[in-house]
Design a protein around this ligand. Structure first.
Ligand SMILES: *Cc1c(COP(=O)(O)O)cnc(C)c1O
Length: 804
């Protein structure tokens, strides 16, 4: 690798430009410059990429494959530059060429190939695996349309298709020669061979081609480049090859199959009962497994008996859990293994991560649907189920009564989480509380059956993207203060703890946060026309819109403050800017109403001169990774206020903590672990605990209506929603929904504690020095939440793989 300078970097850009066109550089557009820089970076990547592949082929390490229906990778030019230690040089080169670096990096369309936390986690994991030199790769789907683009019209969410491939995507390489054929449907035939073995053949299946597109996953300044392989569905025959008589029929048919990689289901944590979604899952699983086995055979040249020594497959939630029966199918039908041997191999290959305990999000598929599209897989699932139930009946009589709650096939449905647990050697939750709930409640019976399978791996985030890349000022301050070694060993951020009383450091931290807030304020102004007070508390809640995440509680607090200020304009409160960003699933009516409510409150509050600028409310549209990267460095207060027991982990909480925001939150998900690290005095905890929530569900002693009757503040707010007193828009549905369902997320119940805790925040913010010290303590402990730490735990605790 050559040592780059700004001059040689510019030269390389010129070379690429010359090769692409003979136009002179003066006529270069921002888009062209983006493409040229990407091409230069790709040249750097490609050598390391081949070398990494070569070294895996030579050394034959055990490899980990991360199967996920979602990868929310964010834009890659900046992070690839950073990982090649070229970001500063590139910034300088861009400026010398007369452009603003941000304008160039903005050219990249952020691929929305995921819904939220689960997809972003997969991307952070790939980053950490490459940066820690683990041989680990991702398999996913190359959706032609990512998660919808959200536009606000009159305060309502509208959804536009996200065609992210409009311009060529510079980071992918199509590998047509490595395409894999997948079969759906058809009929299964059973033959008895002369040796007594059963043989299964299929007829009338429908075939589709899975064509890989590879994206490099660049390790941090270590020359490792792993692969994210995304499958695209294509017809098995080209249009030319189609016979003319059947042309139109076949064309239509093929187009219907191409839809398999047509779009990402825009649902977050609740299951879409769509046939297409099932086909997508099988498509991912079948293509990836064939690919893994093909590679295994090429490099290992041994019987598949030894597969578990060479391959571990992590399945990200149950979405890819059809991989379990699919591997059994391959081993039995194609490789000639007997059932017991096939099952032994399979259950030593798979590890399953559970991401949710919300029952509506636990995947189930109708038996008829699986039978129709995947007839052979259905037979295998039946066999797995049969053997599992028999095993309980004979070997665990104490669990006999639980069989209906544990069987893979029950009530005419296939229960995917049960299949995943039974077919994996490891089942992990994503934060301590979450795993505890799995073990003692949701999956209690399975845990008593397989106690050693259950383990916890608390989620994490890439500190490279979520601190070094998006907050260079803070990152530099940290490096100046404790040396830059923390970038390779994020736990060493704790060295900052020695500096929490140093006025000069705190002052710099203050300035940096202020600069970041000014930049966000400018961005908000450009985007929305709203002028916000740069000195106000930037109070941030950014995440998918869901009842359990309780954006409603946040906006109730805003309405409460508004009402207070209307009563008493001289009320002494610290000015606040409430910043929201959230997409709602298109079919989630209640969530969309909450978005409209936030926007309505924003209009009222922002337009009310009598508030003297003490409150502003901003809803930024189209929440995605790029927008998160803009907001997070400027956050003072991180809202993590889910109903206790509902948020499996959360990772937004970690991102904001790492950027010096203080958290106001419930004892839920990873908030608990944040609290235990930094101490209760450096976080604002409030509200019901998970145990209390469960008790209320159990004993039915909570009465939302009593809160409505007894708490004047709540009474007023709900009446305002009903009668349209906040703006002219009425929100009867929200009010009615909460009271008629007895407030299942305890928004009203937790309101009092929330308001009280927000008053503590208000007071704490006034003591600048103390606040900054708390902020630094948060940053200092955030290294524990680097996904490097998480991946280290997966590698030693589950995967048993070694660094290269
Ligand atoms: C981190 C992230 C999430 C997850 O946020 P939570 O607050 O943990 O729900 C969702 N979407 C995007 C774009 C993210 O970057």
């Amino acid at each position: 690798m050559k040592a780059w300078t700004v001059d040689t970097f510019i030269e390389a850009i010129m070379e690429v430009r010359k090769a692409q066109s003979d136009e002179r550089l003066e006529n270069t557009t921002a888009r062209e410059l983006y493409e040229a820089i990407s091409a230069v970076v790709n040249q750097e990547i490609s050598q390391n990429w081949s070398k990494t592949k070569e070294s895996y082929a030579r050394k034959k390490p055990k490899q980990i494959y991360y199967l996920s229906m979602e990868f929310l990778i964010g834009t890659l030019l900046k992070s690839n530059l950073l990982h090649h230690n070229l970001l500063d040089i590139s910034n300088e080169a861009i400026m010398q060429l007369g452009f603003d670096p941000d304008e160039i990096y903005r050219q990249e369309h952020d691929p929305g190939l995921g819904n939220g936390g689960l997809g972003r986690l997969a991307a952070c994991f790939l980053d950490s695996m490459a940066s820690l030199r683990y041989p680990g790769h991702g398999y996913g789907i190359r959706y032609r349309y990512g998660l919808f683009e959200q536009r606000m019209i009159n305060g309502y969410q509208t959804e536009l298709p996200d065609y992210w491939l409009e311009n060529p995507y510079p980071w992918e390489t199509r590998k047509k020669e490595e395409a894999i054929e997948i079969a759906f449907g058809g009929e299964v035939h059973m033959h008895k061979r002369t040796n007594g073995k059963l043989e299964f053949t299929y007829t009338n299946t429908e075939k589709i081609l899975a064509v890989p597109y590879d994206i490099p996953v660049v390790g941090y300044q270590n020359k490792v480049v792993n692969t994210l392989r995304l499958w695209s569905a294509e017809p098995t025959t080209t249009e030319d090859e189609l016979k003319s008589e059947a042309y139109y029929y076949q064309l239509e048919h093929q187009h219907s199959f191409e839809q398999i990689s047509g779009f990402l289901y825009p649902d977050d944590s609740s299951i879409e009962g769509k046939q297409l979604r099932l086909k997508q899952q099988y498509f991912l699983v079948a293509a990836s497994l064939k690919n893994i086995i093909r590679d295994y055979k090429k490099t290992i040249r041994h019987s598949l008996k030894f597969l578990p020594e060479q391959v571990v497959i992590q399945i990200n939630d149950t979405h890819p859990s059809l991989a379990i029966p699919e591997l059994v199918r391959i081993l039995v039908d194609e490789e000639g293994f007997g059932w017991n041997e096939a099952w032994r191999i399979t259950t030593r290959v798979f590890a399953y991560t559970n991401h949710t305990i919300m029952s509506e999000a636990l995947e189930k598929w109708p038996v008829d649907m699986i039978k129709k599209f995947l007839p052979r897989l259905y037979m295998i699932i039946e066999e797995i189920n049969e053997r599992f139930c028999q095993g309980i009946w004979f070997d665990h009589p104490e669990l006999r009564g639980k069989i209906p709650d544990m069987a893979v096939i029950a009530d005419n449905q296939i229960h995917m989480a049960r299949l995943a647990i039974i077919g994996s050697f490891s089942v992990n939750g994503v934060a301590k509380l979450h795993t505890e709930i799995l073990k003692t409640r949701e999956m209690k019976d399975f845990c008593s059956l397989y106690p050693h399978r259950f383990n916890n791996k608390t989620n994490g985030i890439s500190h490279r993207r979520w601190l070094v890349m998006i907050n260079p000022r803070l990152s530099n301050l940290i490096s100046e203060t404790i040396s830059p070694l923390w970038i390779n060993r994020p736990r060493e951020l704790t060295h900052l703890l020695r500096h929490t009383n140093e006025p000069s450091i705190l002052e710099k931290l203050d300035q940096i946060k202020q600069q970041n807030k000014e930049e966000l304020a400018n961005f908000i102004h450009k985007l929305t026309g709203i002028l916000v007070d740069e000195k106000s508390i930037f109070d941030v809640q950014i995440k998918r819109l869901h009842e359990y995440k309780r954006q409603l509680l946040n906006i109730f607090h805003v309405i409460y403050l508004y009402n207070e200020l209307k009563d008493n304009p001289h009320l002494d409160i610290t000015p606040r800017t409430f910043i929201f960003a959230a997409k709602a699933a298109p079919s989630y009516y209640f969530a969309k109403e909450v978005i409209k409510l936030i926007n309505t409150v924003a209009t009222v509050v922002n337009g009310d001169k009598s508030l003297q600028g003490k409150l502003k409310v901003v809803f930024l549209e189209n929440y995605n990774v790029s927008l998160a990267e803009k907001i997070i460095p400027a956050a003072d207060l991180s809202e993590q206020i889910s109903t206790a027991g509902k948020e499996a982990s959360g990772t937004g909480n970690m991102k904001m903590m790492m950027n010096g925001a203080l958290t106001i939150g419930t004892l839920d998900g990873a908030n608990i672990e944040i609290k235990n690290l930094i101490n209760r005095s450096n976080i604002f905890i409030f509200g019901l605990k998970a145990e209390e929530v469960y008790d209320y569900y159990h004993n039915g002693e909570y009465r939302a209506n009593e809160v409505y009757q007894n708490d004047e503040r709540i009474h007023q707010i709900l009446d305002q929603l009903k009668d349209g007193l906040v703006g002219n828009q009425e929100f009867k549905d929200i009010c009615f929904h909460i009271l008629s369902t007895n407030d299942p997320y305890f928004t009203l119940k937790d309101f009092d504690a929330y308001v009280e805790t927000q008053q503590l925040v208000d007071q704490a913010y006034r003591n600048r020095k103390k606040w900054l010290a708390k902020s630094l303590i948060n940053i200092a402990h955030s290294g524990k939440f680097s996904s490097d730490h998480t991946i280290q735990e997966y590698a030693t605790g589950i995967w048993k793989i070694k660094k290269m």
